[in-house]
Design a protein around this ligand. Structure first.
Ligand code: CA
Length: 587
């Protein structure tokens, strides 16, 4: 509290009037404060649920454009950001590590920051960025050369700029940073390059490191500049020296559960993809699980110590990263839970207190690599559907090719789902696709791709890949499904007005009925949508924004899926809509 008073006093002295600064209370209350959006996820719970109901099923047809803003430049692609809105300014990030401050009433640019990226950055999956963070008088975002930058939120001037990791080794950074109690908390990207996933906490004022926590067993954490503890137990679940380049990128960032004072971070695929190189013997005794890759971790925000872990895919071998967002919710019986839809095709419900497994159900059809999840949360593997061991194989060292579903891009990838407090349902953007996958020999080389696998991705159905599903977290039942030709790659938002917003690669921004999935409104944005919608209230009117600009991982990977998306145009536009007052009661 003292710190807050001092900050405000300083602001008054400097300018003569109190200057708006984002506080921890603003962040804590973001879900219920409908006049601003200061967190990624529209609240720390990541529900992406707005209590606003001015805009509803009856009047959404009157939702109309208020303004649009072009990100400019020659390099328009993969606009995956979520807008933040505070004190009259919208903050968005853009491809190639750019950040924009926009007048939220007019759409006019206030300032723009372009990170000077070096030659030789190594982003695996397009030059994207997923959003900024706000705290105090600063706005924070990460860059493709694995740095975290703090800018003055009013002027865009650089306050500090720190290196997270070495980009030449394959590290990058694309997630929205997380703010918790004066710390800026970041993950890292680069899981296809044999990097080591890590979570770092910095003083938000100075950028100084407070703690680091590598997520692969055997690596040492740090606290206040000293070594702290080892992650896991050396060689408990990794053979030999493989843990040293073990992957587990924390590339989607994390979240904070205030009720249990726990950071929750997901971890990506173990490296390399070829799981036979990470096999420590008997596959059923846990010695080859490769902790803590393909897991969710609960971390103490004060010390960086791991409080709990839940591994979705032990000895992962399909690129089923375990990074997907973990949404906090209270179920119909009042129990505090987490839900997360994994790349591997299963929707998990966990106990929020300790991360313990409660239940799991498929959220895509045709899962081939496992027949289900057992009572401990462990997959029941279909062993013959694991890509074969290339060691000693006749075919040029290529192991047996298998068909796996979902594909390596996942039943769901990074694009965030939403939860409605009104319906009690999760709205999960998923994709129905598979792949032929095989293993190859590989050795680690710094800064080079470290897969040991090849693959061809293909649709599972002729008429759709994308599939937005309404899922009951009590039973796993799908209440409805909305099919889309191209794969879905953008975020979802729900509102108390009974609406589910999402965009398609075909460029349509849509609102569906949250109970039936019926389409109530649609707007063509001119490029594919892979961004994350938001809504807020301003001058008594409800606004909705989404960033349009096709790109991301899908168009980079070819296979038969390329035919579904190769005609789509890139772009970079913020679209802001509003329901004019005089039309709010019209129907
Ligand atoms: Ca991966």
């Amino acid at each position: 509290m003292n710190r807050f008073i001092i900050a405000v006093t300083a602001a008054i002295c400097a300018t003569g009037v109190a200057r708006a600064e984002v506080t921890q209370d603003d962040i804590t209350n973001d879900q219920t404060n409908t006049s601003q959006i200061v967190t990624n996820g529209m609240g720390q719970q990541l529900q992406r649920f707005s209590p606003l109901d001015t805009l509803n099923k009856d009047n959404v047809k009157n939702l109309m454009p208020a303004w649009a803003f072009s990100l400019g430049g020659e390099k328009q692609r993969g606009q995956e950001t979520q807008p933040l809105i505070y004190d009259g300014i919208m903050y968005i990030t853009g491809s190639y590590s750019r950040l924009y401050a926009i007048d939220v009433k007019t759409g006019a640019e206030l300032w723009q920051f372009d990170a000077r990226l070096p030659e030789g950055i190594l982003p695996c999956c397009d030059v994207i960025n997923r959003g900024a963070a706000l705290y105090g008088d600063k706005v924070y975002f990460g860059t493709l050369d694995a740095r975290i930058v703090a800018l003055n939120a009013k002027t865009g001037d650089v306050v500090w700029n720190k290196k997270i990791a070495e980009y030449k080794e394959g590290y990058s950074y694309t997630a929205a940073p997380l703010i918790v109690n004066g710390l800026v908390i970041t993950g890292n990207s680069g899981g296809e390059f044999g990097i080591v996933g890590e979570v770092q906490a910095r003083d938000a004022e100075t950028g100084d490191l407070v703690w680091t926590r590598p997520v692969i067993e055997g690596h040492m954490g740090t606290l206040n500049g000293e070594e702290s503890t080892m992650t896991g137990t050396l060689n408990a679940t990794w053979p030999g020296d493989m843990w040293k380049t073990g992957g587990g990128a924390t590339w989607l960032g994390g979240s904070y559960d205030a009720e249990t004072d726990t950071l929750v971070f997901g971890t990506g695929n173990p490296a390399p993809w070829n799981s036979w190189l990470r096999d420590a013997g008997d596959k059923n005794d846990g010695t080859g699980d490769n902790l803590y890759a393909a897991s969710r971790l609960g971390i103490d925000p004060a010390t960086g110590e791991i409080k709990w872990h839940f591994q979705t895919t032990p000895r992962e071998g399909w690129d089923y990263d375990g990074v997907n967002e973990v949404v906090a919710f209270t179920d119909a019986e009042g129990n505090k839970k987490f839900a997360t839809a994994d790349r591997n095709g299963f929707f998990y419900v966990l106990n929020r207190e300790d991360g313990k497994f409660l239940n799991a159900w498929p959220f895509v059809k045709d899962i081939s690599w496992a027949s289900g999840i057992d009572e401990n949360g462990r997959p029941i593997y279909v062993e013959e559907n694991r890509p074969g061991n290339p060691a000693g194989a006749a075919d040029g060292g290529k192991g047996e090719v298998v068909f796996s579903s979902p594909s390596f891009l996942g039943g769901k990838n990074w694009m965030p789902m939403a939860y409605s407090q009104n319906t009690g349902l999760f709205y999960v953007p998923s994709n129905e696709w598979g792949m032929d996958i095989w293993n190859e020999p590989i050795t680690y080389k710094k800064g080079a791709a470290y897969l040991g696998s090849g693959f061809t991705i293909k649709p599972n159905y002729e008429d759709h890949i994308g599939s937005l599903k309404a899922i009951d977290p009590m039973t796993g039942e799908w209440k409805w499904e909305y099919k889309n030709d191209a794969p879905l790659w953008g975020g979802v938002m729900t509102t108390a007005g009974g609406l589910v917003f999402f965009g398609t690669p075909e460029g349509e921004f849509k609102a569906l009925d949250d109970e039936t999935g019926e389409e109530l409104w649609s707007f063509q944005t001119g490029s594919g949508i892979v961004g994350q919608p938001v809504t807020w209230e301003q001058d008594g009117e409800q606004y909705v924004s989404v960033v349009s600009g096709w790109g991301g991982a899908v168009p980079l990977w070819g296979g038969e899926v390329a035919k579904k998306v190769n005609y789509l145009n890139q772009g970079g536009l913020v679209w802001t809509f509003k329901l004019p007052k005089q039309l709010a009661s019209a129907n």
